[in-house]
Design a protein around this ligand. Sequence first.
Ligand SMILES: Nc1ncnc2c1ncn2[C@@H]1O[C@H](COP(=O)(O)OP(=O)(O)OP(=O)(O)O)[C@@H](O)[C@H]1O
Length: 341
Amino acid sequence: MTAEPILTISGLNVDYGTGASGVRALRDIDLTLHRGEVLGLAGESGSGKSTLAYAVTRLLPPPGVITGGDVHYHRPGGGSVDLLAMTPRELRAFRWQELSLVFQGAMNSLNPVHTVHSQLTDVLTAHRPGMRAAERTARAAELLNLVGISADRLAAYPHQLSGGMRQRVMIAMALALEPEIVIMDEPTTALDVVMQRQILRKLAELREELSFSVVFITHDISLLVEFSDRIAIMYGGRIVEQAGAAEIYRDPRHPYSDGLLRSFPALHGPRRELTGIPGSPPHLSAMPAGCAFHPRCAKAFGPCAAQVPALTAPEEGRGREVACWLHTRPAVPTPPAPGVS
Ligand SMILES: Nc1ncnc2c1ncn2[C@@H]1O[C@H](COP(=O)(O)OP(=O)(O)OP(=O)(O)O)[C@@H](O)[C@H]1O
């Protein structure tokens, strides 16, 4: 993996609604996707993973509003553009060509009355107007082969394919124009465990071959550890830890990361006692003061209930960042909060 960035998110804030009824779903997100890497995003339901994917691609449905920050895409040939400043026309050209998405339940978004051939060639017709019909068909067959489906399934309708095959077709479609970035939000959640791993292995092979970068979102951290180079962990709309996948697995620093790792059985590596995380994630309208995780954290102490810890590097030059008072010294000493020892 090279350290060259392809997508840089800085200070991103997203609200749902405005005024008194508005709630903040993403807070000061700083995140970099490097060229050729798989960046995994983990966190319990409601932590803001999908909101981040939708905001970055400007597909945030109302009442979602981006209230601050920027998202720069660094073109492979040089130069960068702010996705948040793109016009709708620029965005249409950008999506599919340079960045594509596979969203939750994508396999159900295939049109039931059109064949796989027509759905794959539609993308090519829209974005490659110079391509002849025979070239489009050849490319559609090639794409199906890429995801391990025989080209004779081009004539099939979605209902004639298994869930795993439909999901592969969606991945083929996402790769049709050879984008630089693919964002996958829970791409395999609806499938059984064996099928999930088959698809993700295929995706890892394709990434080696075509060298695109991936943002891979799932609440299943054991899948992320297996398939990501780096992992960012979200809680209450913030990133609370980010580091290399192996590092997070071996030595999670944030008590929330540790809790998440203890919530899923790992297929490989040392056994870990499965304990889960007590309590439930906070509501956006009643976010606890200080570190949002402190009411559920067995290690909470003095500053945790009072000050939000910044995402900082606990060791020089390791590329790991954690937002936790166990690893950062508070700027202003805080007396212990009542009820927190
Ligand atoms: N349309 C909306 N209006 C108000 N709040 C919303 C809306 N959509 C999402 N939210 C809130 O934003 C927060 C982040 O949601 P988001 O879907 O991004 O989380 P997630 O981590 O992707 O969860 P999941 O794994 O369940 O998809 C949640 O608290 C959710 O309730």
